[in-house]
Design a protein around this ligand. Structure first.
Ligand code: OAD
Length: 249
């Protein structure tokens, strides 16, 4: 990580009234959660639309649930890492701080971040496709696949957003609002290829926010970043936090 870039990022963040952060799978990588793209990624050797689309679920709910149940089993054993922990502390450091995530793993909340805007839903939520009843269930593995609604007997689905589906209205509205007013917009651990979420980076840039990218590799929207810290989020965020707190390094 370049020291001058780190100091620039810290200076921007320190003087910002409004800080908005968008996280992606890379922020959970150091917790042992595989990312989607790249080698070893969840989508490698798999067609996304075979497991993460309403069409796939309609065709074979059992197969789709097997995929999500396996992910739930894996996620049940992981813990937040220093990146999640720093972001959880920042909600009390800044006057206006908003955390937007594409992650469905719930690790930001587990690290005690409040009011996380989960653009792609949450894997621990389960929703009935018949009556719409939603519930949280952390059982992994689930005793029966596909699960059935205890209220109406209908088929239940994972509470995540699939390709071709709309984002949750409230979270999307709040995320766009926090992006339009951001002085600094941090993009951490996302390839920035999935829209509409990636569009937040473009909106922030168009509105004049200073963009800081935290990613060991350049994302698709790296050209919009004024500063890029090429390091794992679990190193970059604690490094920024230490300088903000005046801890000598
Ligand atoms: P991707 O898998 O597309 O990208 C992960 C990014 O994290 C890459 O740019 C990596 O370089 C970076 N990365 C890896 N390790 C990192 C680390 N330790 N610290 C920081 N960055 C690291 O994941 P997303 O961008 O989150 O959507 O994917 C976006 C959406 O595509 C997901 O929410 C999911 C997926 O399909 C749905 O399922 C709807």
């Amino acid at each position: 990580m370049d020291r001058r870039d780190l100091e620039t990022a810290v200076a921007w963040i320190r003087s910002a009234g409004t800080v908005t952060v968008l996280t992606g799978a890379g922020v959970s990588a150091e917790s042992g959660v595989p990312t989607f793209r790249g080698s070893g990624g969840l989508w490698q050797g798999r067609r996304v639309e075979d497991v993460a689309s309403p069409e796939a679920f309609a065709a074979d709910p059992h197969a789709v649930w097997r995929f999500y149940d396996e992910r739930r089993c894996r996620l049940a054993t992981v813990q937040p890492n220093p990146a999640h922990e720093v972001l959880a502390r920042w909600q009390d450091r800044f006057r206006r701080f908003t955390l937007v995530t594409q992650n469905v793993d719930g690790l930001h909340a587990l690290a005690r971040s409040r009011d996380v805007l989960e653009l792609h839903g949450n894997i621990w939520r389960i929703r009935c496709v018949e009556c719409g009843r939603e519930r949280e269930d952390r059982t992994a593995p689930l005793p029966e696949l596909p699960p059935r609604c205890t209220a109406c007997g209908g088929l239940e689905r994972p509470g995540v957003v699939w390709f071709g589906e709309a984002l949750p209205e409230g979270a999307a509205r709040d995320a766009w609002r926090a992006t339009e007013t951001a002085d600094v917009f941090l993009v951490a651990g996302t390839s920035a290829v999935v829209y509409p979420a990636a569009g937040l980076v473009e909106v922030a840039a168009a509105r004049g926010a200073r963009i800081v990218e935290l990613n060991p590799e350049a994302s698709a929207l790296a050209h919009l970043a004024g500063v890029a810290l090429r390091a794992p989020a679990g190193e970059a965020l604690p490094a920024i936090d230490a300088l903000l707190s005046g801890v000598p390094s």
